[in-house]
Design a binder for this molecule. Structure first.
Ligand code: SAH
Ligand code: SF4
Ligand code: F3S
Length: 471
């Protein structure tokens, strides 16, 4: 099939080699005669959260107990994000702060992984100015963590394993899932879209899809274990293709798994959001009626510069189609303000799109120059203050729309999944609507993990409030 690359799985022998390293590290740790602790701090998107579940799985397998306290940790891992400069600054600030935990425990190993470890400029910085960091590897070397850890623990040198042969898929890595109700399920890795502003394709490598059987088996196990909310993950799930199955078919297949659960997915690229995708969502009763469909900009000139592959008109047509098939669908989006060269008129096109699209919620970002991307070479004419004004205008407009959308829930009785607790607070339960909107609830903690009928009493621009109904 066109565009599908074969033989992308890491060979079983290689995975077995990593298992042996896990075993070696575990035996070494046992000789110390005390419980060792591992700490994983996650930044960035769901993909990184999912990777952290693998890091915790491997740590657990090697005998480490997971802790939330970096002071107690024998291994402190920063799983980092490179998407915007402020994300990078936050990570570097926290990396710097770990010098104190390292001083208190000279044996502590500080690991710097995730997307920032795929940025050569940042790796140089770590090498030269963050001497307390002992191990560095980018996302595509994550499956080799046991080997790299073993090398760090047995050698005297700092380990920088920043080269990856080629981007592959590693199956069979132990997982330590964070929750018991909601689960991440990666279906594809990497990105080939090269949106001009975005660093992800450089740090996560080429797009590749997991085999459908591996995904379905994992979904079945999740459902059997009682998970109720499964999010299929990928930078662009719509381009999922393992050579046999495309994304709409994958949704239908997961929908056929018996059980009471919801299927969500993140993120969809508008250029690949097809009629077939919307039909699969509409016809699959377990598919949550929500789509996160980032539009990024309203102006067709800026969209072209961004290399997005659609226009304002074709974007709006897609969401009209989605709403025709699923009248109650929740649509959320991302937008960037202040792309290099964006004019006032072009920004007004963004406002126009937001007005027309009527998103339920929107994440607004100020453009951030990322090293190595195409947009980094384009000159940026607006000042930070000008961008801030645009940012606030957009936020105000969206807040008004979200307020109105949320108000419409008031008085309604709806089914939600109670997925969290906030003990001691006025609303001790947290839940999500089918469309993914957050609901703060009064009710009994024994509702947690259940699909429950609730009555919405009021709302604000970010969430809904309600009470559990007793029948
Ligand atoms: N793969 C996803 C997005 C991942 S990044 C997708 O294509 O939808 C999440 C969001 O961060 C993007 O949708 C975009 O709005 C924002 N973003 C990415 N790079 C950025 C940059 N350089 N500056 C500001 N925002 C950016
Ligand atoms: Fe980045 Fe574009 Fe890929 Fe999303 S689709 S990860 S914005 S390059
Ligand atoms: Fe950040 Fe990497 Fe995700 S750059 S947003 S953690 S893919």
């Amino acid at each position: 099939m066109a565009g599908v690359k074969m033989n992308i799985e890491v060979h079983e022998n290689e995975i077995n080699k990593q298992r042996q390293f896990m075993h070696k590290v575990k035996s070494m740790n046992e000789l110390q005669g005390k419980q060792l602790f591992g700490y994983v701090d996650t930044y960035g998107c769901q993909q990184n959260e999912s990777d952290s579940e693998k890091l915790r799985g491997m740590l657990t397998e090697m005998g480490y107990k997971i802790t939330g306290d970096e002071n107690k940790a024998d291994i402190a891992i920063l799983n980092t994000c490179a998407i915007r400069e402020n994300a990078e600054n936050r990570v570097l600030g926290n990396t710097g702060a770990l010098i104190h935990t390292k001083k208190a425990n000279r044996k502590q190993l500080i690991v710097f992984c995730g997307c920032l470890a795929g940025v050569p400029e940042t790796v140089e910085k770590i090498k030269n100015s963050y001497h307390h960091v002992g191990l560095v590897f980018p996302p595509n070397n994550l499956w080799r963590f046991p080997e790299l850890l073993h090398r760090s623990l047995t050698g005297k040198k700092r380990v920088f394993e920043t080269e990856c042969e080629e981007t592959k898929i590693a199956e069979g890595i132990p997982l330590h899932r964070d929750g018991t109700i909601k689960a991440w399920l990666p279906v594809m890795y990497g990105c080939d879209n090269f949106c001009s502003y975005c660093i992800v394709p450089y740090v996560r490598g080429r797009e590749r899809s997991r085999k459908r059987n591996a995904i379905i088996e994992e979904a079945e196990t999740l459902v059997k274990s009682g998970y109720k909310d499964i999010t299929l993950l990928g930078q662009n799930v719509n381009s999922y293709n393992d050579g046999e199955t495309d994304f709409p078919s994958l949704i239908r297949m997961i929908n056929d798994i018996e059980g009471d659960f919801l299927i969500r997915f993140m993120t969809s690229h508008p250029k690949d959001a097809s009629l077939e995708l919307f039909k699969a969502m509409a016809e699959s009763e377990k598919a949550a009626k929500h789509i996160h469909l980032p539009f990024q900009a309203g102006s067709n000139r800026i969209l072209k510069l961004m290399n997005r592959g659609y226009t304002q008109e074709s974007y709006l047509e897609k969401i009209t189609t989605a709403r025709k098939l699923m009248p109650n669908i929740v649509i959320t989006s991302d937008v960037i303000v202040g792309y290099p060269g964006e004019t006032e008129d072009e920004f007004n096109e963004t406002l126009k799109l937001v007005e027309k699209a009527q998103f339920d919620a929107m994440f607004t970002f100020i453009y951030s120059k990322r090293p190595g991307t195409a947009a980094a070479k384009q000159s940026d004419s607006l000042t930070r203050e000008e961008k801030q004004v645009m940012f606030e205008r957009l936020m105000d407009l969206q807040n008004e729309i979200s307020d109105r959308k949320h108000e419409a829930y008031t008085g309604k009785e709806i089914l939600v999944l109670v997925d969290g607790e906030a003990p001691g607070e006025e609303y001790p339960l947290k839940a999500r609507t089918n469309g993914g909107r957050l609901v703060h609830l009064t009710g009994d903690p024994k509702q947690t993990g259940k699909f429950t009928k609730v009555k919405i009493t009021h709302s604000n621009n970010w969430s809904l409030f309600g009470e559990v109904l007793h029948d």
